[in-house]
Design a protein around this ligand. Structure first.
Ligand SMILES: *Cc1c(COP(=O)(O)O)cnc(C)c1O
Length: 364
């Protein structure tokens, strides 16, 4: 009998399926406990939940769920553009910002092209590049700082896209404005640079990359409603770029890629400044608490810029399992070639305290 692998695209053979944070329901089932007893700090979700305005708007939008959505998300793109001082033609909405990464693959990648990113970068760039048959060049990042000079040096005639997550997940480190400016002054015009800014709203002094969109450079900035807005389950994010580049990406998307409920929720969340401010406050406070505790416990950590902290626990996989048994889900980073590390998302203070108590118990 013919193996299905003789029929499937060969680049899929070695492609690993994305490993998400372990779900609450699955853990509750395995431990035979109530889902409410589980603390999940594994996927950098908003500990306060969605914006109450977004919940209200999604309920109202459900009344019209029999109608196909406005595929382009006219009102949302208009509102995002107005906030950024850009035009609606500079915005494309995606089924999560991850879908915009896939649009970039459809638009710019062919078999054997090169994509450049950093070692320890968000894994989705490589998954999508691989699915299009492109190679991913990962430049070394020995001190966990992404090295933009190394990325420039790695450029080949086949390089199409460079992915720069800022701050990066899972390392949590941020690239400065000065380094970004220097990089942008040297990167060739024929390469598309993608700044993934999923955690932008958590930064105190975020670098400005939209200036390069305004200057007409070949850059795409990715943002999402999954993190500070608390809408990860609705799957909605967006890309920001020059109108000509967005026009290309529009041709790559399915007619109704983002559903009407997500568009309505995102629009309401965008305008809920109070919820964003409160989320940042809770995250700032929680991150400071976690880092203070790690210092006291003498465990090594990398100060986080976003809503998560990376901690060296010696054997990440074992500590992950032992925390699970104590009803706390974190993220082991073995898949990122960081086997000693776990990533802990900042939760509510109650969740943070439960996590620290469990970790103390596990490490004693
Ligand atoms: C969480 C995250 C995203 C968000 O992806 P969505 O598809 O919008 O949920 C994107 N990039 C990075 C680096 C992230 O950590």
């Amino acid at each position: 009998m013919t193996s299905i692998w003789e029929l499937a695209n060969p680049q899929l053979r070695d492609l690993a399926v994305y490993q998400p944070g372990k779900p609450i329901e699955e853990t509750a089932r395995e431990l035979d406990v109530d889902p409410g007893a589980i603390t999940k700090l594994a996927s950098n979700e908003n500990p306060l939940g969605p914006s109450p305005k977004a919940i209200h708007a999604t309920r109202a939008a459900a009344e019209n769920a029999h109608l196909y959505p406005d595929g382009g998300g006219f009102y949302l793109c208009k509102a995002i553009a107005a906030r950024l001082g850009l035009a609606p033609e500079n915005i494309i909405s995606g089924n999560g910002s991850n879908e915009v990464i896939e649009f970039l693959g459809h638009a710019f990648l062919n078999l054997d092209d090169d994509v450049i990113t950093s070692e320890y970068a968000f894994i989705v760039y490589k998954l999508i590049a691989t699915s299009f048959g492109a190679q991913t060049i990962e430049t070394p990042s020995p001190d966990f700082q992404q090295n933009l000079d190394a990325m420039l040096d790695a450029i080949t005639p086949k390089t199409r896209l460079i992915f720069i997550p800022n701050p990066n997940n899972p390392t949590g480190t941020l690239i400065s404005q000065r380094k970004i400016d220097r990089f942008m002054s040297r990167v060739p015009e024929n390469i598309i640079v993608v700044f993934d800014e999923a955690y932008f709203e958590f930064l105190d002094n975020p670098p400005d990359t939209l200036r390069f969109v305004r200057e007409g450079r070949n850059i795409v900035v990715l943002r999402t409603f999954s993190k500070i807005h608390g809408l990860a389950g609705l799957r909605i994010g967006y890309g920001i770029a020059g109108a000509d580049l967005i026009e290309v990406l529009q041709k790559t998307r399915q007619p109704f890629n983002v559903n009407s409920i997500a568009h309505a929720g995102a629009l309401a969340a965008l305008n809920d400044d109070a919820h964003q401010r409160e989320t940042k406050r809770v995250v700032d406070e929680g991150r400071a608490y976690l880092q203070e505790q790690f210092t006291e416990m003498k465990v090594r950590f990398v100060p986080g810029m976003a809503n998560f902290v990376r901690v060296n626990v010696g054997d990440g996989a074992a500590v992950f399992e032992r925390l699970l048994a104590r009803k706390v889900i974190v993220r082991p980073l073995k898949g990122y070639n960081l086997p000693e590390w776990i990533r802990i998302s900042v939760g509510t203070m109650d969740q943070n305290k439960k996590c620290i108590a469990a970790l103390k118990d596990v490490l004693k």
